[in-house]
Design a binder for this molecule. Structure first.
Ligand code: ZN
Ligand code: ZN
Length: 146
């Protein structure tokens, strides 16, 4: 696996340092849209010298070179995604979990209407409640009515 990730980073023009391989490996094995803190706390067991700043800087390199996506769906935390194929996201306003969703059409903006704009990034976000949080919300509302 690490060998493949090295090649993947090189393909993207990224010098595959140990930290970069570790962070990319984490992203490609955890499609939970983790935050810097999550990635750091999960990797620091195996790489005790890894600082949060290094994780942050590493993610920036991955994002800048198109190896990962940066998501701003969650106002409190920047999240990262190893899935770079265009897709939309759903965030639960209750527990904050982020899911991938496949919209019918994502990249079809009528570009002929905006001739002087060059799109380099598309982010589509949906907000709402996951099944569990929605049930809890309904229960709470029912209780408040009593
Ligand atoms: Zn939820
Ligand atoms: Zn995603």
């Amino acid at each position: 696996m690490p060998v493949k990730i090295k090649a993947y980073l090189q393909e993207k023009g990224i010098n595959p340092s140990m930290q970069r391989v570790a962070v990319m490996h984490y992203l490609l094995n955890n499609f939970t849209h983790p935050t810097v803190d999550e990635i750091h706390s999960n990797l620091s067991d195996s790489i005790p010298t890894l600082s949060k700043t290094t994780v942050y800087n590493t993610l920036k390199v991955l994002v800048d070179n198109g190896a990962a996506l940066q998501l701003t769906i969650d106002e409190k935390n920047t999240r990262y995604d190893g899935n770079i194929t265009p897709h939309a996201h759903f965030i639960c306003l209750g527990c904050g979990c982020v899911h991938d969703v496949e919209p019918i059409k994502l990249d079809e903006v009528s570009l002929s209407m905006y001739k002087n704009l060059r799109i380099t990034e598309t982010q589509v976000y949906y907000k709402g409640f996951c099944e569990k949080c929605y049930q809890e919300k309904l229960l709470k509302e029912a209780e408040n009515k009593k």
